[in-house]
Design a protein around this ligand. Structure first.
Ligand code: PMP
Length: 283
């Protein structure tokens, strides 16, 4: 595998960054997780726009244009002969001192890793996921906005560990008000009484690119959509539930905190939206 680091390609053993990089020392950096289908990155520009927004929020100057970044991502796919891949794009603050001062850091480093896909196992798409609610509360937007896809993912990792301890591969996170926010690495949707419902940005979520695509697809299909606060009760009593993310696409969830959701098997609306989403990725 060849990894792009700030304009050059390195093999796995030689793809290295400094231990003084503030991305390593403090989680001071940002990232994107993207999918390529048949050689084309899905919603490439939307991912880059989100990356640039994250950078702006953190006073991080990405040392290249969006066009150059797009070319670098495509180049990384090509040099690795990958058509269907998961792509991790990282921008770190760069090497600095052991102190917090970001101004003492050198140029930000840009890293692009394109890898074979590691999807959730197929059986989870067929049977649906069981999830639990984490006691770890999703980061309050007043502290650091969950819209910033920063290298500090400990909030999500703590929740994911709780899920793992409960035997679940994904886990629900609430915000400080006790409303549903999202899962550790996926957004959440429910379908109830003919309405597709997902929490709004203000609930303290990362606004997923997949989430946006699903909302568009649903609207085009004539499904009524509601983006509004949601509680766990809404999920317990939903007809269907599914999670969305670049890696997962749409994955059904059939149990939350021991309550069976709907009929306990992936529902038709979920299956239909997944089919339509997959068609969209091939365009
Ligand atoms: N929420 C969180 C916390 C995430 O990390 C991700 C991405 N893994 C998502 C939602 C889904 O976002 P996207 O659809 O853009 O991959």
């Amino acid at each position: 595998m060849l990894i792009y680091i700030s304009g050059q390609f390195f093999d796995n053993d030689n793809a290295k960054i400094s231990v003084f990089d503030h991305g390593f020392l403090y989680g001071d950096g940002i990232f994107e997780g993207m999918r390529a289908y048949n050689g084309k990155v899905f919603r490439h520009r939307q991912h880059l726009d989100r990356l640039w927004d994250s950078a702006k929020s953190l006073f991080l100057e990405i040392p290249m244009t969006k066009d150059a970044m797009e070319q670098a991502v495509n180049g990384t796919l090509q040099i690795n002969n990958l058509k269907d891949a998961y792509i991790r794009l990282i921008v770190t603050r760069g090497s600095g001192t052991l102190g917090l001062d970001a101004h003492l850091c050198s140029e930000p480093k840009v890293i692009i890793i394109a890898a074979e896909l590691a999807l959730y196992p197929k059986e989870f798409y067929e049977r649906g996921l069981e999830i639990v609610t984490a006691s770890t509360v999703r980061t309050n937007p007043g502290m650091l906005s969950p819209q910033v896809k920063s290298l500090n993912y400990l909030n999500n990792i703590m929740a994911k560990i709780e899920g793992h301890q409960a035997g679940c591969i994904e886990v629900l996170m609430l915000n400080a008000k006790g409303e549903v926010a999202e899962c550790s690495g996926d957004n959440i949707f429910i379908y109830k009484k003919d309405i597709l419902h997902t929490p709004p940005a203000e609930a303290g979520i990362l606004e997923g690119i997949t989430r946006r695509a699903v909302l568009e697809i649903a609207e085009c299909a004539g499904i009524k959509v509601r983006v509004a606060p949601m509680t766990r009760h809404d999920i317990y009593t939903a007809d269907e539930c599914f999670l969305t993310g670049s890696a997962a696409e749409l994955i059904p969830a059939v149990k939350l905190d021991g309550r069976i959701i709907g009929s306990g098997v992936p529902g038709n609306v979920t299956k239909n939206l997944l089919k339509k989403f997959q068609e969209e990725t091939q365009k």
